[in-house]
Design a protein around this ligand. Structure first.
Ligand SMILES: Cc1cc2nc3c(=O)[nH]c(=O)nc-3n(C[C@H](O)[C@H](O)[C@H](O)COP(=O)(O)OP(=O)(O)OC[C@H]3O[C@@H](n4cnc5c(N)ncnc54)[C@H](O)[C@@H]3O)c2cc1C
Length: 391
């Protein structure tokens, strides 16, 4: 058990959940955490890890058995986020979990044939998927997307650009939001296509970024890409809802990753404060430092408690759906603000060492902003929450 952590409440987590947590924790501590610095510096990691994670049953969690998955409740996903966070690398978490944003639209609305072709190889760890929504002209305003897919017989001809796409360089399947009705404006006329990674006319460029180095992030360009109509996900022109439908799950997951990383910062700062002495006393005995540690803890506890309660409400369908959407959005804001605060405080306590590559807090500090922007930025989420509650 972590020094500052209370044991998980049995009210939320069953012995089966905890057994899964233990297995995952051991795997991450043994096979991921010792390598994250080297993998970040190399801007990649061994792709065999996809297979290892799949073999552990992690990739298929929450997916139907018919596609090789294991049905699971929302608390398994919370455990997944909390345990991945322990490795202290958001890049690992983002890369290994790109299927959690790329597959749900397909699972929700795809044809049986398309699901059978795409989902099982991904859940087996043989193929990698990506979700491509954001465009160079903007990501927050999804309804303004410009990439076109014009019908030509049994194919769509796709033209346009997507950017900041996680796993975009490696992906075998790219779940892509396109405009199938060129005359349409806004959310109408948008569709979802699965575009195979080897489609002629697709060019991918790797992007350099502030953090998440081991996770590839790509700019994609589609030049007259011919995509079979059979790759359409759901009804033509009605893809907007399909795209938006997974955001709640993504945001709750990101919130749990955020307080998980904040906890890593707290632990590192605590360990350092106990062993670093200045002027004859350990830092941990200075009131100003102890207050910093407690200020970190209270923000983590608030975010964690809120996320666990929301998970319970989702699981048991307790509460008005609009209010839940709002609270999930705000939970991500709360947790990422906690992360920002904790990363900042941890670096301050670590002093010069916190500025050096190799400390977990240094990496997490560089990863704060992507957590506050991706999956819905703070500004967009606050607006959404207000709207959902009739403000
Ligand atoms: C590392 C990384 C990985 C990513 N992975 C993916 C991925 O896999 N797939 C994918 O599709 N996208 C991905 N994204 C994109 C991400 O979802 C977008 O960056 C995000 O949605 C914001 O879009 P934008 O960057 O275009 O900012 P914009 O939408 O241009 O917004 C810029 C700023 O203006 C603010 N703003 C916008 N509108 C308003 C408003 N009405 N009122 C007030 N403020 C406003 C925003 O909050 C933001 O602060 C990734 C991004 C990063 C950095």
């Amino acid at each position: 058990m972590d020094f500052f952590n209370l044991p998980p409440l049995a009210h939320y987590f069953t012995p089966e959940h905890e057994q899964f947590r233990d297995t995952l924790r051991q795997f991450i501590a043994r096979d991921i955490t010792p390598h994250v610095n080297a993998w970040d510096e190399a801007e990649t990691f061994p792709l065999s890890l996809y297979k290892q994670v799949a073999d552990l049953g992690v990739t298929g969690l929450g997916y139907p058995e018919a596609y090789g998955g294991t049905p699971a409740d929302v608390f398994y996903n919370i455990i997944l986020a909390e345990e991945y966070a322990r490795c202290g690398s958001g890049g690992m978490q983002a890369a290994l979990n790109s299927h959690t944003i790329a597959l749900p639209p397909l699972l929700m609305a795809g044809s049986e044939a398309l699901k059978q072709r795409v989902i099982p190889p991904v859940l087996r760890g043989d193929k990698i998927p990506a979700l491509a929504v954001t465009e160079p002209t903007g990501g927050s305003d999804v309804a303004a997307l410009k990439t076109t897919a014009v019908r030509d017989g049994d194919h769509y001809i796709v033209n346009g650009e997507k950017t900041f796409i996680t796993s975009g360089m490696r992906a075998h399947f790219i779940t892509t939001a396109v405009r199938t009705d060129p005359q349409s404006k806004g959310s109408k006329g948008i569709s979802v296509l699965v575009i195979d990674g080897d489609t002629p006319g697709l060019t991918r460029t790797a992007l350099k970024k502030m953090g998440w180095w081991c996770s590839d992030t790509a700019h994609l360009r589609f030049d007259n890409c011919r995509v079979p109509v059979a790759n359409l996900v759901g009804e033509e022109h009605h893809g907007f809802k399909t795209i938006m439908s997974n955001f709640n799950a993504e945001r709750l997951f990101m919130a749990a990753v955020a307080y998980g990383h904040a906890q890593v910062c707290l632990q590192e700062a605590l360990d350092w404060a106990r062993q670093r002495s200045t002027f004859g006393l350990p830092l941990s005995e200075r009131q100003v430092v102890r207050h910093k540690l407690m200020d970190m803890q209270l923000r983590i506890d608030a975010a964690r408690s809120h996320v666990h309660e929301l998970a319970y409400r989702i699981q048991h369908q307790l509460g008005d759906p609009s209010a839940l959407v709002a609270r999930i959005a705000m939970a991500k804001v709360l947790a990422t603000q906690a992360l920002q605060f904790c990363a900042d405080q941890a670096l301050q306590i670590l002093g010069g060492m916190g500025y050096m590559r190799g400390t977990r807090s240094e990496r997490i500090y560089r990863e704060v902003k992507v957590m506050m922007i991706g999956g819905g930025s703070e500004e967009i989420l606050k607006d959404l929450a207000a709207r959902q509650q009739g403000v």
